[in-house]
Design a protein around this ligand. Structure first.
Ligand SMILES: NC(=O)c1ccc[n+]([C@@H]2O[C@H](COP(=O)([O-])OP(=O)(O)OC[C@H]3O[C@@H](n4cnc5c(N)ncnc54)[C@H](OP(=O)(O)O)[C@@H]3O)[C@@H](O)[C@H]2O)c1
Length: 429
């Protein structure tokens, strides 16, 4: 007998997945075993991109997750509720789950995976990070023998698109955002993307897989791209960098007891593999021992790419259901029970780029140097000086420094009479 799917949602991802599963020629033969049994939506009257057999479409999502005939529930409706409750209900009814919902997994992952382990079912989430890019399964399986040091990603296509256009056109953030909204690359409410929250959800998931522990989402430091200016992009370029919104999960301490998990705009050296990832594309660089560096690159969103990820999870489950005897396969199930210790951002050791506007230039650089010296901040370069109207502009790049010390130095610099403002402060990879 075939494996019956109950799909929650028939929007971009749901319709893409149905389309892929209906068109099986040239794809894996196991797809023949899959039956699209029920599809739950909000409105039956909306025009749909795919055709379904009579009786498949329903607005009763509760009935799908309770139906004894359904083997796998595919949650592609999005949002926190009722997605969370429906996933939990499906699990309690013994259904395996495939989800693309990073927001729900990043917030309720502990609850969902605990319930799944108790019920002896799998929760698969390849589409939740990086759209069509296979990165979840590689972290769980192919790379799991490595000791992972760092996962660094461009995992939000909207912000990468905006930063790429700011870079190539020399445009302002607000102008490019407005145009991206008009073209459908950014949501009407862009907060989750431009403030780094979506990337925060994704790096929490990747960190959990890479470092084998749960992550409290509130420990993930998130800073978005609203304050990135075309001036900084131009200075960065002259200095040999591009500005990217990076999501980083890294071992912070040599004894491995603490992680650094964060999202922020970052000056990336032009020679770094992530520097050339442009437009809506995503990429995730994994560094580990003994493998070294491995990078995953591809389309981070869209109906087809995301359907590829969702369907690969479904196929994995179909194969497992056909072969497994007793117990969960530990390479597919979640085996984490403890929470990772995440260091506060003040403990981060990194290089910084800072831009200062000063009232007069004579002696200011010396005063800046003295303040920095008081807190052990050494300067790699005082790189550029220019003018913004009456004000002189000074750009510095520091050597590695503890963020807390750097911020103390900045607080002192703020009190200097000659300093008008510090418009930009960015971390350097
Ligand atoms: N779009 C992408 O490229 C992409 C990429 C990766 C991951 N994801 C994730 O995939 C998920 C789905 O995204 P999407 O872009 O496909 O969303 P979408 O186009 O807005 O589709 C959502 C679907 O869910 C249904 N739905 C939502 N709330 C419902 C409710 N309360 N009751 C019944 N049906 C409900 C909607 O029904 P109606 O059609 O009747 O309104 C619609 O069919 C999200 O978690 C998203 O983060 C999306």
């Amino acid at each position: 007998m075939g494996v019956k799917l109950g799909i929650l949602g028939l929007g971009t991802v749901g319709a893409g997945t149905v389309k892929l599963l209906q068109d099986r020629t040239g794809r894996h033969p196991l797809l023949q075993e899959i039956e699209i049994y029920r599809v739950g939506v909000r409105s039956l009257n909306r025009p749909r991109a795919v055709e379904l057999s009579a009786g498949v479409l329903t607005t009763d999502l509760e009935a799908i997750v309770s139906d004894p005939e359904v083997d796998i529930v595919v949650e592609v409706m999005g949002g926190l509720e009722p997605a969370r409750s429906l996933i939990l209900k499906a699990i309690s009814n013994g259904k395996h789950i495939v989800t693309a919902n990073k927001a729900a997994i990043a917030r309720f992952g502990a609850e969902i995976f605990t319930a799944a382990n108790q019920a002896g079912v799998y929760v698969m989430l390849e589409a939740a990070v990086g759209g069509g890019i296979p990165v979840i399964q590689p972290l769980k399986q192919s790379l799991s023998v490595n000791r992972i040091h760092a996962v660094t990603g461009i995992v939000n296509g909207t912000t990468n698109y905006i930063l790429t256009r700011m870079q190539t056109e020399g445009s302002n953030f607000s102008d490019v955002l407005a145009d991206a909204q008009r073209l459908g690359y950014a949501e009407a409410d862009p907060t989750a993307d431009v403030d780094g929250l979506d990337a925060g959800d994704k790096i929490a998931i990747l960190a959990s897989l890479a470092f084998g522990g749960r992550i409290h989402l509130e420990d993930v430091y998130c800073e978005g791209i609203r304050q990135v200016s075309k001036t900084d992009i131009a200075y960065a370029e002259k200095l040999g960098f591009v500005i990217k919104l990076l999501a980083v999960a890294k071992r912070q301490t040599s004894d491995n007891s603490q992680l650094s998990v964060r999202v922020h705009p970052t000056l990336v050296p032009q020679t770094h593999p992530l520097a050339s990832i442009n437009g809506v594309y995503n990429a995730i660089l994994v560094e580990g021992e003994p493998i070294g560096q491995v990078m995953f690159f591809g389309p981070g969103a869209g109906a087809g790419p995301t359907a590829s990820a969702v369907s690969s999870d479904i196929l994995n489950l179909v194969a497992t259901l056909k072969t497994s005897t007793a117990g969960l396969n530990p390479l597919l199930a979640c085996g984490h029970h403890h929470y990772c210790q995440i260091a506060p951002i003040a403990e981060l050791v990194t290089r910084f780029y800072a831009r200062f506007l000063t009232k007069d230039q004579s002696g200011v650089i010396g005063k800046l140097g003295t303040c920095f010296g008081n807190y052990g901040v050494s300067l790699e370069s005082v790189v550029q000086t220019g003018f913004q109207g009456e004000l002189a502009e000074i750009v510095v790049v520091t050597h590695d420094v503890r963020e807390g010390d750097f911020r103390q130095a900045l607080a002192e610099i703020h009190t200097l009479e000659a300093i008008d403002s510090i418009p930009s402060l960015l971390r350097v990879l």
